[in-house]
Design a protein around this ligand. Structure first.
Ligand SMILES: [Zn+2]
Length: 471
């Protein structure tokens, strides 16, 4: 402990340095005495040490890793706790998650963005360091997070959901019909939440618009949906040629289409058209699951649970509520078929319009243990989701490996107070159990005791509310 006065002096000095000094791209963080869930294994590693330099995991070793003890070096004694990859939600709507539909349909866009920014910070504080945003006007929020104007996860944006007249995502009222061809866009289109397209040519325009805005993948709704007022669940929406037009436009841009589809008919049609990922799939049957497996298509599905009906934003007796109940029945089916056919399965939550539900993002991941082991659930939300994100190819805004604790991967890390494989419920209470949250090499939360934060004996690193220390 001889070095302590030196460290103290250095940390005092570092507090006085201008922020850009601490922002040096090769700043070092050393997590020592940690057991690792690497995103792929069924068990934790032996006690190890993990060195992060800049935004990359540079070295992992069971022997102590020496550091040069620069002023901006952070030494974190993890006391045998678990280091795991930052979690990924593969079906998230940053702009819709915590905002009631009524506000989306009526409120000022600036207000909606501020609400979404607040929820983005909470998302990161739940340990979700990346989200695949499958619909919503999220490009501004993504930019603000990347520029560190506000705090939030990495976002893989789809931009507007592309749908048909009356399809899932068409939230127009009957009085708005008929639409005159060439008429101004409607509210939901103006804010970029959904675009209505009724021919292959219109689909092409709308897809290309999202790609121009920076979409990393394209989201189409191939079947009806729960939240939409007009689309029955059994409905097939886009024709195969419309789906094909979207796939072609996305493919020309180096990326892929993911299709919201519940039923065998719409899943099959999507796959025929070249769609690479199916969202939901809750009403699929055995032969459709076999087709998904044969074609190597991704299944991005969610645990829609019976207990969530109690807090449903859709009132009892409403059409949406009835559709939601049908989805809940399909949850057992979809996870059983995913297991039977070893489908490439991504984890997502699809929480929408409900600020009471978003705190349950981690609890929904933990709920997967009704169908899979804790390690399998954690793998879905880390390595599997990371693999799905990589389908964006050259449109990937964050080149590098996500969802893994391994040398060379991007440094998105969560330090858990315990072993989440032995006790999956730890991830349901991130405020208590996630002690350190790092995204892109930067620490956004550190609630370890000062004695464990050797470099930070005077000032807390960040805060539970998420301001990174570098700011
Ligand atoms: Zn959704």
């Amino acid at each position: 402990m001889k070095a302590k006065p030196v460290l103290l002096a250095l940390s005092l000095l570092s507090g006085l340095l201008p922020s850009f000094a601490q922002d040096a791209t090769n700043a070092v963080t050393l997590f020592s005495n940690v057991r690792i869930f690497d995103g792929k294994s069924d068990t934790l590693s032996a006690p190890s040490h993990v060195l992060v330099r800049g935004n990359v995991i540079e070295k992992i070793s069971t022997s102590p890793i020496p550091t040069d003890r620069r002023a901006d070096t952070r030494l974190i004694d993890c006391g045998g706790r678990t280091l795991m990859p930052g979690l990924i939600d593969a079906h998230w709507h940053s702009m819709f998650a915590a905002t009631p539909l009524k506000e989306l349909m009526t409120a000022d866009a600036g207000y909606l963005n501020l609400l979404a920014a607040q929820e983005a910070e909470k998302t990161l504080m739940r340990g979700f360091t990346t989200v695949r945003d499958v619909g919503g006007p999220v490009f501004g929020l993504k930019r603000a997070i990347d520029e560190r104007v506000v705090v939030g996860p990495r976002i893989y944006p789809s931009g507007a959901i592309i749908t048909i007249t009356g399809g899932h995502g068409d939230f127009r009222q009957p009085y708005e019909l008929p639409r005159t061809l060439g008429a101004p866009t409607t509210r939901i289109e103006q804010i970029g939440a959904a675009m209505i397209a009724d021919s292959p040519d219109e689909v092409r325009v709308r897809v290309r618009e999202q790609l121009m805005l920076g979409a990393t993948q394209i989201k189409l709704t191939a079947s009806g949906g729960v939240a939409s007022p007009h689309s029955p669940l059994d409905a097939a929406t886009f024709t195969e040629s419309e789906l094909r037009a979207a796939v072609e436009a996305a493919d020309n841009w180096g990326t892929y289409v993911t299709a919201h589809a519940y039923t065998p008919k719409t899943i099959r049609r999507s796959i025929e058209a070249g769609v690479k990922c199916i969202e939901h799939g809750h009403l699929m049957d055995d032969s459709t699951a076999r087709l998904i497996a044969e074609k190597g298509v991704w299944l991005s599905t969610q645990p829609f649970l019976a207990e969530d009906l109690e807090s449903s934003p859709f009132p009892p007796g409403s059409e949406q509520r009835a559709k939601q109940m049908e989805m809940v029945k399909g949850t057992d089916t979809v996870y059983a078929l995913a297991k039977k056919y070893k489908l490439k399965t991504a984890f997502g939550t699809d929480i929408i319009f409900d600020a009471r539900e978003t705190p349950r993002q981690g609890a929904l991941l933990a709920s997967l243990t009704r169908w899979v082991t804790p390690a399998e659930a954690l793998k879905m939300a880390t390595s599997a989701n990371g693999e799905l994100l990589a389908l964006s190819g050259p449109r990937n805004p964050y080149p590098g490996k996500l969802g893994a604790v391994e040398q060379g991967a991007l440094a998105d890390l969560v330090l858990v107070d315990g072993d989440p494989i032995a006790d999956i419920k730890l991830i349901a209470d991130p405020a208590k159990n996630f002690l350190v949250i790092m995204k892109d090499g930067k620490i956004y939360k550190n609630t370890l005791k000062p004695s464990e934060r050797q470099d930070e004996s005077l000032q807390p690193t960040g805060s539970p509310t998420g301001k990174p220390r570098e700011q």
